[in-house]
Design a binder for this molecule. Structure first.
Ligand code: CP
Ligand code: NVA
Length: 312
């Protein structure tokens, strides 16, 4: 059993994991030996602060051991991925991997003989979504029927939020004039839409800020993420695309004007780019749960690892 995408998990498995996240957060001392003598291998092709720390520190707090493997300083970059994953599986009990491409994630999952967790690829970010569910449950006391509005570029984080919502009853409205081509999962979106858990907004019809505001006004949670994925941030070949996106997306920035008087929780998976997808003031607004959401990545990663280890 892996966690490549939340689509692979049952609703029960996801709900039980979310419940476990909160138990771990409230009583971490009870879990100090839960993964005693077990090892987590972390393999990262891309940069990371939260996901890496959640895995690396989380497994140690559970009594286990972490081994971080950087793509460039190991032989993953010069060898067959499946061979190297098979080898790594013999050394560790569970793997957390961040790949650029979802296809590599799938190849790794096919080759792994221990559970492997998708630590974010271009299509999905399932561990983020589990932490997000935990944060919503913690703040609102429920998941079913919670109205989440994602404003930004339809990307990996948006996809996993929809997948999570589709399983546990969130209603995710998406206001995204731009979609990352690699992130599109038509099956996921059509299934979630049929269940009423995904509501795409036709941004062509949002001809003024008032309409955007009216939609957000109905939400319990407003969520955004970066307009450009991390691997393209400093890519010189992406410079003109970055500028095009910034010009197009600025009217969709979360700021105090847009959220004026709106009773909602503000979420962002981080890293944030203050002044772009979100104004800095909102990060520290009383309605912001962004830094608790970030802390919850640690507790939720522990719950994800324990769930997968218990089945292996
Ligand atoms: N939210 C998130 O996944 O952050 P990192 O890229 O720092 O891991
Ligand atoms: N969607 C962004 C942030 C993920 C944490 C990315 O892929 O870089």
């Amino acid at each position: 059993m892996h966690l490549v995408t939340l689509k692979d998990w049952t609703n029960t498995q996801l709900q039980e994991t979310v419940d476990e996240c909160l138990k771990i957060k409230n009583h971490p001392e009870k879990y100090r030996h839960s993964a005693e003598a077990l090892s987590l291998g972390l393999l990262f092709q891309k940069t990371s602060t939260r996901t890496r720390c959640a895995g690396e520190i989380g497994i140690v707090q559970l009594g286990g051991h972490a081994q971080y493997l950087d793509w460039r300083s190991t032989n993953f970059g010069i060898a067959d991925l499946s061979d190297e994953i098979r080898v790594l599986s013999a050394y560790v009990d569970i793997i957390l991997a961040r790949f650029l491409k979802h296809d590599d994630m799938l190849d790794a999952a096919n080759a792994a003989t221990v559970p492997i967790i998708n630590g974010c690829c271009d299509k999905y970010h399932p561990t983020q979504a589990v932490g997000d569910l935990m944060t919503i449950q913690e703040h609102l006391g429920r998941l079913d029927g919670v109205k989440v509005c994602f404003v930004g570029v339809h990307n990996n984080v948006c996809n996993s939020l929809i997948a999570a919502g589709s399983k546990l009853g969130l209603e995710v409205t998406v206001i995204a004039p731009e979609k990352n081509p690699a992130a599109i999962d038509k099956d996921l979106l059509s299934e979630a839409e049929q269940k009423g858990c995904y509501k795409p907004v036709d941004t062509e019809s949002l001809d003024n800020i008032q309409k955007l505001q009216e939609i957000i006004n109905e939400c319990d949670v407003v969520y955004t993420d970066t307009w450009v994925d991390m691997e393209f941030f400093t890519d010189p070949d992406f410079a003109s695309e970055r500028k095009r996106r910034i010009d197009m997306m600025m009217p969709y920035q979360l700021n105090s004007t847009l959220l004026n008087g709106i009773d909602c929780r503000i979420m962002h998976c981080l890293p944030a780019h203050r002044g772009y997808e979100i104004h800095g003031d909102l990060m520290d607004d009383p309605r912001s749960v962004i830094f608790e959401q970030s802390e919850n990545r640690l507790h939720s990663m522990k719950a994800i690892m324990l769930n997968l280890l218990s089945q292996s």
